[in-house]
Design a protein around this ligand. Structure first.
Ligand code: SAH
Ligand code: SF4
Length: 347
């Protein structure tokens, strides 16, 4: 029998799973309390009787991640390479802001979406992460640096909405008062635009910030750089975003990578302004982060980025140019690659 992933469970679920074995419900709460504290073995649960520890060891496991390597950028950003129980590798990044520490997490080992400008996308897909493995990333960094992570961004490796149930479970767990208590308003989820899941997410009515990786003002350009656009075109995506705003009352953040001679012309800016007209939104312009793996693209020049921003602002669309952290250690958006093994990670 496969062991049960206890760290992905709520206190209530642990209680339910103990019931057939006549284990009192206060024990479930105790066990859950230890898990939230980040213990890595049942042995550490000092107020639990040995008999229960044996039962737990036989039937459950506590997921964890191992720090395989750690790089610190000149600006203080930290990139972790984590090893999972099966030897798979993922990356995550910790950034310091005025208000505290923000962590950019991975939600999958690799990614299926294959965006042309993204290193993760070039590496292929291996598997989804469990909620426990997302929690373990936060705990490992918190412990290692002796800090409390106060903001979470799901912008590491993987497409969060392609691992929908596990990501939602993770978000519900870490935001609950008896867990890490990271409020939904301190959480951002970034997606390349899996439209049916955006509708589903709207119905969850979470107060998180939704970021849409847009990167193009029309289907012609978007089809060239993002495969997902051939499945859900721009009109379908924008309709889903409008629905999301209507249902949740939350502003959407559109990410737009500035790629030289691909999507950065004044004409593109005008087209983008038209596309986003009357939406409660914000545009984040991100100069493309370079990598040897994605050689065919170059970042737009500074002047072009500010020209683009100006056109948007003049059309009444708020737009900022994103500060990129951790560039020197390849920790910036789209640079995370893990280290793929020969046979795995490339199916
Ligand atoms: N899969 C999700 C989240 C992970 S990618 C998504 O695509 O939204 C996180 C962000 O990094 C996305 O906005 C993505 O478009 C961006 N990104 C990918 N490659 C990049 C690159 N080379 N330079 C700058 N940003 C990049
Ligand atoms: Fe996947 Fe996001 Fe990279 Fe696209 S940009 S390949 S969706 S991780």
């Amino acid at each position: 029998m496969d062991k049960i992933d206890i760290k992905s469970m709520t206190a209530r679920e642990i209680e339910q799973s103990f019931l057939p074995n006549f284990i009192e419900s206060f024990r479930a709460k105790q066990v859950y309390g230890w898990l939230v504290k980040g213990v890595s073995s049942f042995e550490e649960m000092s107020n639990i009787p040995q008999k229960l520890k044996d039962f737990l060891n036989q039937n459950y496991f506590i997921a964890s991640v191992k720090i395989k390597s750690k790089k610190i950028s000149l600006d203080g950003t930290i990139k972790y390479l984590f090893e999972l129980y099966d030897g798979q590798l993922i990356e995550a990044v910790v950034m310091k802001y005025n208000h505290g520490y923000s962590m950019c997490l991975s939600t999958q080992v690799g990614c299926k979406m294959g965006c042309a400008f993204c290193v993760t996308g070039k590496g292929g897909f291996a598997r989804n992460l469990m909620p426990s493995e997302m929690i373990a990333q936060v705990e490992a960094a918190g412990k290692d640096e002796n800090i409390k992570i106060s903001n979470i961004v799901l912008m590491g490796m993987g497409e969060p909405l392609d691992n929908y149930n596990n990501v939602i479970k993770f978000l519900r767990l870490i935001s609950s008062k008896d867990h890490l208590n990271i409020g939904m308003r301190h959480i951002s989820l970034s997606t390349c635009g899996i439209v049916d899941k955006i509708y589903k997410l709207a119905e969850e009515k979470l107060q998180l910030t939704l970021s849409i990786s847009l990167h193009a003002p029309n289907d012609e350009i978007r089809n060239k750089i993002m495969r997902i656009n051939r499945r859900y075109n721009l009109k379908e995506l924008i309709d889903a975003c409008k629905y999301y705003i209507k249902i949740t009352g939350r502003r959407i953040s559109f990410e737009y990578i500035m790629i030289k001679n691909v999507n950065d012309s004044a004409k593109c800016a005008v087209e983008l302004a038209k596309l986003l007209k009357n939406m409660i939104c914000h545009v984040n312009l991100i100069p493309l982060n370079k990598s040897d793996i994605v050689e065919e693209f170059s970042p737009s020049g500074k002047a072009q980025v500010y020209l683009f921003q100006n056109i948007l602002e003049k059309a009444g669309i708020t737009a900022t140019v994103r500060r990129t952290l951790g560039k020197d250690i390849e920790a910036a958006c789209g640079q995370l690659k893990g280290k793929y093994k020969e046979a795995e990670g490339k199916d």
